[in-house]
Design a binder for this molecule. Structure first.
Ligand code: CP
Ligand code: NVA
Length: 310
């Protein structure tokens, strides 16, 4: 039975742990895996831009002995002249894994439903599982563990990365505070809060959504933020969003309120002076480039997992 990775909770905690361990081994000994996906093809559909995701997947497939094909669906017939269902069925005859970055969660769900090969979500409006897998790998490297840590997220609460971070924290049974403005456009959707509630009841996670950044920062081991202007948000919303999110900017005061050895993370792209100050992202707590590097290693492990090559 094929597996998909559409959101981080498509995996169990045990599977996440085993993918992270594999990613750490791949990072240490890349040569051991040079033929692991020999002659295999990863097909990547992109509807929105990317630096890290595209390049790390292309490089990753090359280093596993296979190839990645970039296909822009921005101006393609997807969902217009050709149905998503047909596209998924057709490309399943050519490629071994299909990955897609789309605006609308329904599109990735349809691709997953109709493709006979594993489908990876490379970012939609609901999740970013490859990012979160790399983030948890990075946290493990930096902190030596994931369990018992407190995470806090600042800024856009109505956001793909935020949702999957919350899901991962809930899956692992962690403490997490999400500091974001009140209001439908800026805070998590009900459907996500419901998912978190169900997961937390099982794992004993403690996840809160607050509108006070200082309280959220308290006792944090990991301080995380993401863009205030996610791909696709119209530019005419920038001024009002800047105003709304400014009280949630990660600055020195936030860092001082966290644990003294807290790490600062941002999935990138980042804008200095927006979601964090330059002092923070370029400062001693920041690990954002190690975090970005780990996309390469973690995604190789995800590909091996989905191709049943563990
Ligand atoms: N973090 C991330 O997914 O970056 P890109 O948008 O550059 O792929
Ligand atoms: N929330 C951001 C993540 C970018 C990797 C976006 O959707 O643009």
């Amino acid at each position: 039975m094929k597996r998909n990775l559409l959101k981080i909770t498509d995996l169990t905690k045990k599977e996440c742990e085993s993918i992270i361990n594999k990613a750490i081994d791949i990072k240490k000994h890349p040569e051991k895996y040079f033929s692991s996906l020999k002659k295999e093809t990863l097909l990547m559909f992109f509807e929105k831009p990317s630096l890290r995701t595209r390049i790390s997947f292309e490089t990753g497939m090359f280093e596993l002995g296979g190839q990645a094909i970039f296909y822009s669906i921005k101006d393609s017939p997807l969902g217009k002249k050709e149905s998503i269902e047909d596209m998924a069925r057709v490309v399943s005859r050519y490629a071994n894994v299909l990955a897609a970055r789309v605006f609308d969660r329904n599109d990735i769900w349809s691709l997953a439903k109709y493709a006979s090969i594993p489908v990876i979500n490379m970012l939609d409006d609901f999740a970013h599982p490859c990012q979160i897998m790399s983030d948890f790998m990075t946290i493990k490297e930096k902190k030596g563990k994931i369990n018992d840590l407190k995470l806090s997220f600042f800024g856009d609460g109505h956001n793909n990365v935020t949702y999957d971070l919350m899901r991962a924290a809930a899956l692992y049974g962690l403490k997490m505070d999400v500091a974001c403005p009140k209001g439908k456009e800026y805070s998590p959707e009900e459907i996500v809060l419901e998912e978190i509630k169900v997961l937390s009841e099982k794992s004993n996670a403690k996840i809160r959504v607050l509108d006070d950044a200082k309280i959220a920062a308290k006792d944090s081991d990991v301080i995380y933020t993401d863009s205030w202007m996610s791909y696709g948000i119209p530019f005419d919303k920038e001024e009002v969003r800047k105003k709304m999110f400014l009280p949630f900017q990660v600055n020195e005061e936030i860092i001082e309120n966290a644990k003294s050895d807290a790490i600062f993370m941002n999935c990138l792209p980042a804008m200095r002076g927006y979601e964090q100050t330059a002092e923070v992202i370029d400062g001693e707590h920041s690990i954002v480039f190690d975090q970005a590097e780990n996309r390469l290693h973690a995604q190789k492990a995800i590909l091996l997992f989905l191709r049943d090559k563990f």
